[in-house]
Design a protein around this ligand. Structure first.
Ligand code: 2HG
Ligand code: ZN
Length: 460
């Protein structure tokens, strides 16, 4: 630890866990994007709110940039430290602090993995409903910093909806206690909601009070084979009409092929252009009959050509694996990821235009579509051809992104539905936010973080 700044840091905060081990720098300096070479100054693991405040105060004084770091499962480079930043890992602040049965809230430290939050809620007979495939490795602080969405947004909304209180350390080391678990609090600007989705650029979440809800009735999972996109939208409209949906996800045959190659089980004998995984309440015979009726109608209309309904939890899990395993199965191909959204009503027209654009823009690339079509969020992964070097590949993809933002703008959509802007989508922030909005965002950042030490270079 030869850097004099680090000796000073340790002198100021004796006992702080610090590492400059090359393995730690590499591991904690990157997220799932793998595009930037990690090069942090050091990693620190504060163990308390006081230590987080002390670290930020020190960084503020020393003019050292900070990258707040959770499970680093992000896909937009929000947790990348490639320019000598101090990575502040919340790994050691990983305790569930309390449960209140009257308020039905769970108070947690930021380093608690999402799955632990879900399990803690379940132990109290309740549900924390935000859910997605990275549940075992992502952390709640990162979920809040990115306003994570996932597979159940159609029923429960994004993370934002479930945060009743937040403690945050700002870029000057000040501790804010925001909203304190209140349901009603008409006292001016709700600063809690500024922090949610701020991608670590305003401060570090050091504690969160989460609202829990009643668990849904037993559910079933259905996998449907769909012959065309217009049929898929009809299936969705009918599903929303006749079932109480928990999730409505889609993927293409290309996506399925990758998941199968990764060890998942082939669901149908034949291949089909599109597949839907949907989960819905199936509490009693009546609900199950409604599901069957929905399926038969879709078959009669020709919107669906094959289907499976789960009859056990194990079968439900294996159907979900076909959708949730996609990201991992594509990872070896170093995909360029698009995470776009439009209003649900605009999905068919938008997708038709996008498909035309992408087949023109990427004639030689393999493009894989999947996502949360039930909330208008499409993931489009472009796979890197093995012979093309990374930089050339990204350059070509970014050229197409420039065309894509026009299509999105015409349909009133967003360049980032749920993964965040981070480093990856930063050049296109102006396609979703007006100049006036960005100026306000900058002013807000300057007020929270006057020295610009909190996750600099991300988002703005
Ligand atoms: C998902 O919905 C995640 O599975 C990841 O948001 C999407 O890998 C992606 O592009
Ligand atoms: Zn997603």
């Amino acid at each position: 630890m030869t850097d004099p700044r680090l000796s000073d840091l340790l002198h100021q905060i004796p006992g702080l866990k610090v590492s400059t081990d090359p393995g730690d720098l590499e591991h904690h300096g990157r997220d799932w994007t793998r595009r930037w070479r990690p090069a942090p100054l050091a990693i620190v693991w504060p163990a308390s709110v006081d230590e987080v405040q002390a670290v930020v105060r020190w960084a503020h004084g020393a003019g050292v940039a900070i990258v707040p770091s959770g499970g680093r499962t992000g896909l937009s480079g929000g947790a990348v430290a490639a320019h000598g930043e101090l990575v502040v890992s919340l790994d050691r602040m990983n305790r569930v602090l309390g449960f209140d049965p009257i308020d039905r809230t769970l108070t947690v430290q930021p380093g608690v993995p999402l799955e632990t939050v879900q399990n803690a809620a379940r132990e109290h007979g309740l549900l924390y409903p935000v859910d997605f495939a990275a549940r075992g490795s992502c952390q709640i602080g990162g979920n809040i910093a990115t306003n994570a969405g996932g597979i159940r947004v159609i029923r429960y909304g994004n993370t934002r909806q479930w945060v009743a209180g937040l403690k945050v350390v700002t870029g000057t080391g000040e501790l804010l206690d925001l909203n304190r678990g209140l349901i009603k609090n008409a006292s001016g600007y709700d600063l809690r909601h500024l922090v949610i989705g701020s991608e670590g650029t305003l401060g570090i979440v050091v504690e969160a009070t989460l609202t829990l809800t009643s668990p849904p009735p037993p559910s079933q999972v259905m996998l449907l084979a769909v012959p065309a996109m217009d049929a898929l939208m009809k299936v969705f409209a009918e599903a929303r009409h006749s079932l109480r949906l928990e999730a409505f996800e889609f993927f293409t045959d290309r996506a399925l092929r990758h998941v199968l190659a990764h060890g998942a089980q082939q669901p149908f004998e034949e291949t089909h252009p599109f597949y839907v995984v949907t989960e819905f309440d199936a509490a009693d015979d009546q609900a199950e009959a409604a599901a069957l009726g929905f399926f038969e109608l879709c078959m009669e209309e020709g919107w669906v050509v094959d289907g499976v309904i789960s009859s056990s939890d194990a079968q439900a899990a294996s159907l979900w694996r076909l959708r949730e395993g996609i990201t991992e199965s594509l990872a070896p191909h170093k995909p360029y990821k698009n995470d776009v959204s439009v209003r649900i009503s605009a999905v068919p027209a938008f997708m038709a235009e996008m498909e035309a654009l992408l087949s023109e823009g990427y004639p030689h690339f393999e493009v894989v579509w999947f996502g949360h079509i039930g909330d208008g969020n499409l993931h489009i992964n472009v796979l890197k051809p093995a012979e093309l070097d990374n930089a050339r590949f990204v350059e070509q993809c970014e050229h197409v992104t420039t065309l894509l933002v026009d299509t999105l703008a015409r349909h009133g959509g967003s360049i980032s539905a749920e993964h965040g802007i981070g480093l990856v989508k930063k050049p296109w922030l102006g396609s979703v936010r007006s100049d006036a909005e960005i100026a306000l965002m900058r002013a807000i950042k300057a007020a929270w973080d006057p020295k610009g030490i909190m996750n600099p270079g991300k988002l703005l």
